[in-house]
Ligand binder design. Structure first.
Ligand code: PLP
Length: 430
């Protein structure tokens, strides 16, 4: 690609002056300008204004599951837009893509989950789940059941409810007043959950929410029996179990949904990201048939929760086509097999580089911990992973550093279409 120096400078200047980046080092952006301005994507690769090529080892934000540049998705969007881009789904209005996508989700979701409420992303999905479970308990005549419990290393998004549920403290400390009635328990201790429920009283608790594999918290995988115990505790105390599958859904972990690894079914499931592979903003929650039926039977008026874009026709058409690609190209199985390759690569790094501590992965979600001492797992005084991210990008791999909670961790989530050669290329650069 011909490099247009003037164009690049113009973009950098405009970016500094007018574009407030999400979750960004705002001062650094002003001082150094945008690090990478992307222009194109194809498969697992991203290209920038300089014509440089990068392996997108994060699927951008854990979401571009079918890879970049899929013309089928562009066509699905264009066809739907040319027919009916959008209509309101408030009240009793509907459209075919939203109907068909909700039916498809009922078919692929864990058994018993059957009815979808659409949103535009993961944060809205979490807020929707928290509001609807509370509304459910009001209808059931138990309005005191309103507390939401989540876990200490969790990330559930940035809407007010989603931030309040997020366990990672820096996100909650960013603002000075959050939603009330959110509680956090130790990350993988089902006993801690039981103790909190007993201390607060189950008559005050609406739901427990957890990511099947924690993503933004540093790719933490629950012990084998954890979710079984959680499910039993929720049943025992009449507390609804919500899984946040915003990252782990749509094949990312080598199964359709992350919770399937644990053999339990939630009452409510949040999803976003991989449902449309990021080609258009889309998310939602899927309710169990029982909760859905109870809402219908007990409701006395209007369900007063809805986004303008709930059931967006074009986003849903893209979601349907995206799921078709995931199924036709066997991408869930590819995520499982390539996930093993990625983990083997991490283990090779662990055996050959003196600074790799714990490595972990489930499907195409993985992490490498950086340590000063492999025996004691002692960390560097100042985390090394942010520097590695910069150096990896210079050499053509985009990954992410997690430094919350004194971690020094690199995380990876390449597109589910990745092949063995591309994994090897990624490892050799690392
Ligand atoms: N829940 C989880 C588990 C996430 O990882 C994220 C985003 O990364 C969210 C919710 C928030 O989703 P969004 O950024 O689409 O609002």
């Amino acid at each position: 690609m011909q490099k247009d120096v003037n164009l690049i400078q113009e973009l950098v200047d405009l970016d500094k002056k007018h574009f407030i980046h999400p979750t960004s080092p705002i001062k650094q952006q002003q001082e150094q300008g945008a690090a990478l301005i992307f222009t194109e994507g194809k498969g697992v690769y991203l290209y920038d204004v300089n014509g440089d090529c990068f392996i997108d080892a994060m699927s951008s934000l854990w979401n571009v599951n079918v890879g970049h540049g899929r013309k089928e998705l562009g066509k699905a969007a264009m066809d739907q837009m040319n027919k009916l881009a959008f209509n309101s789904c408030f009240s009793t209005f509907s459209n075919e893509p939203a109907i068909r996508l909700s039916a498809k989700l009922a078919q692929i979701a864990p058994p018993g989950l059957s009815a979808t409420f659409f949103t535009s992303g993961g944060s809205e999905s979490n807020d929707t789940a928290y509001k609807l479970v509370r509304h459910y308990w009001i209808l059931k005549g138990k309005p005191s059941k309103k507390k939401i419990i989540s876990r200490t290393k969790s990330y559930h998004g940035v809407a007010m409810g989603a931030t309040s549920a997020t366990g990672l403290k820096p996100f909650r400390d960013f603002t000075n007043s959050l939603a009330p009635d959110f509680y956090h328990v130790d990350n993988f201790s089902s006993q801690a959950l039981r103790e909190l429920i007993e201390a607060e009283g189950s008559h005050t608790i609406a739901a427990f929410v957890a990511e099947p594999v924690q993503g933004a918290g540093g790719v933490h995988i629950a012990p084998e029996n954890y979710f079984k115990e959680v499910r039993e505790i929720c049943n025992e105390f009449e507390i609804l179990f919500i899984t946040d599958e915003v990252i782990t859904g749509f094949g990312r972990t080598g199964k359709y949904f992350g919770i399937e690894h644990y053999g339990v079914t939630p009452d409510v499931m949040c999803f976003a990201k991989g449902v449309s592979s990021g080609y258009l903003p889309l998310g939602g929650i899927i309710l169990s048939e029982k909760i859905h039926q109870d809402l219908i039977e007990l409701s006395t008026g209007t369900l007063l929760h809805g986004y303008t874009y709930s059931g967006h026709a074009t986003a849903c058409a893209v979601g349907l086509k995206n799921i078709e690609i995931i199924e036709n190209e066997n991408l869930i199985e590819n995520a499982r097999v390539m996930g093993q390759e990625m983990l083997t690569g991490f283990q090779w790094l662990q055996n050959n580089l003196g600074i790799v501590g714990d490595v972990r992965g489930l499907g195409l979600m993985g992490a490498i911990e950086i340590v000063k001492d492999q025996v004691t797992q002692e960390r560097f005084e100042s985390p090394l992973s942010p520097l590695i991210v910069v150096e990896a990008a210079k050499r053509g791999v985009i990954c992410r550093a997690i430094v919350f909670d004194n971690q020094d961790t690199l995380v990876f989530a390449p597109p589910l279409i990745i092949d063995k050669t591309e994994i090897e290329k990624m490892m050799s650069i690392l």
